[in-house]
Design a protein around this ligand. Structure first.
Ligand SMILES: NC(=O)c1ccc[n+]([C@@H]2O[C@H](COP(=O)([O-])OP(=O)(O)OC[C@H]3O[C@@H](n4cnc5c(N)ncnc54)[C@H](O)[C@@H]3O)[C@@H](O)[C@H]2O)c1
Length: 352
């Protein structure tokens, strides 16, 4: 198989390295519009052909193109690749709008081509292990998903901190809480330096309040935190991605209420048992992701992280923009009722 890669900034070289490591890949052609990026990478990857024009990639005999450029370019580059009959790998976030994501999905489907969205975390040993634990029922019914992804981060010039950092956690949430229906989004944020938010809090609300998910993302934190807490009725789990050897910890703790008749009569009992840390697979996530992309093409099937998964994440990101603009108002994720829910109430209009 021959793979093309476009966009050789921060992330693209990782794709080159991981595609070169795949047994079924015979050739990698890499493309960037900036000559200095090509010059820098030529000596590092002597077996890779480097080109400047995306058009040359499209007209070459490669089977698939991986797109690792800024998000506002994903749609055009992916559309052209699909039109030229190439399977596509698109970096997160898939596109900058749900409508564009849908168009790409339809185009790929009409040409029997695959779209792979790089939700890298779903290919980590840690997230695979958490999924296994949840599927076994070890945590019991999931009550909430609470994630913090903050540090003194690289400011992006095209997207705010939610579009930059939250796709990782949203994709993990959607993968793990696969049986819960997210119905709405509320978000707030501040733009301390320019018009794009550098700190934001995003909440995802579920049908019947069956669960709750919260995401805190920040490019302006003095400390780096990469932590997700998933609380179940039976056990609770902490995933700390900065831990080297014990990334996942499962706590046998919880709360039991003996009487729910009224809050005054309720007897709250706390359970605090043992904690253990399961062993997790250390294989590089991007290697597993590259393998999945190649296999889904060879086997003519949808990948684990397909276009629809990418679009569902973009839908939440889009809703977060609307909510932030309206001071944290609830925005529906159900397209048919979106207008109704999105229209500012009289009370809100008075407030602004
Ligand atoms: N999966 C992950 O964990 C992960 C991590 C980091 C970044 N990303 C994603 O990867 C993408 C790229 O991020 P980055 O930080 O590497 O960006 P970057 O700005 O460092 O690099 C982008 C590169 O794309 C090139 N480029 C842009 N348009 C082009 C075109 N039309 N033709 C050829 N080259 C073009 C630019 O010259 C630049 O070198 C983003 O979508 C980002 O969200 C994903």
């Amino acid at each position: 198989m021959k793979i093309g890669i476009v966009g050789l900034g921060y992330w693209g070289p990782n794709l080159i390295r991981n595609f070169l490591a795949q047994k079924s890949v015979d050739e990698v052609i890499a493309c960037d519009m900036k000559e200095e990026r090509l010059a820098m990478l030529r000596s590092k990857f002597p077996n890779v052909q480097f080109i400047k024009e995306y058009k040359s990639l499209l007209t070459s005999d490669i089977d698939a193109i991986a797109i690792a450029t800024p998000v506002d370019t994903h749609y055009n580059l992916a559309r052209e690749a699909l039109e030229y009959g190439k399977h596509v790998w698109v970096e997160k976030p898939f596109t900058n709008s749900t409508k564009k994501a849908e168009e790409l999905i339809n185009l790929a489907s009409s040409k029997n081509l695959r779209i792979f969205v790089d939700h890298t975390f779903l290919y980590t040993g840690a997230v695979k292990k958490i999924k296994e634990i949840i599927l076994k029922g070890e945590l019991g019914e999931i009550l909430y998903f609470d994630s913090v992804r903050i540090n003194l981060g690289l400011f992006q010039h095209d997207v705010n901190v939610i579009w930059d950092l939250a796709p990782h956690d949203l994709s993990i949430m959607k993968y793990l809480l696969y049986d819960k229906k997210a119905i709405g989004v509320t978000a707030c944020g501040i733009s301390s330096y320019y018009e794009l938010e550098n700190l934001a809090q995003l909440s995802v609300h579920f049908q019947n309040n069956s669960c709750f998910a919260h995401f805190h993302v920040n490019w302006t934190s003095p400390v780096k935190i990469r932590r997700i807490i998933i609380a179940g009725k039976k056990k609770m789990l902490v995933f700390d991605d900065l831990e080297n050897s014990e990334k996942i910890k499962i706590y046998d703790c919880g709360v039991d209420i003996t009487s729910t008749e009224s809050v005054h009569n309720a007897l709250v009992q706390y359970r605090t048992g043992d904690m253990y840390s399961p062993k997790i697979d250390q294989t590089e996530a991007l290697n597993c992701a590259a393998k999945e992309f190649i296999n889904c093409i060879l086997e003519n099937r949808e990948p684990l992280t397909c276009g629809v998964d990418g679009m569902e994440v973009v839908r939440i990101l889009e809703a977060s923009d609307k909510s932030i603009k309206n001071k944290g108002m609830m925005v529906s994720l159900n397209s048919s009722s979106e207008e109704e829910m999105y229209k500012p109430s009289n009370e809100f209009q008075e407030y602004v």
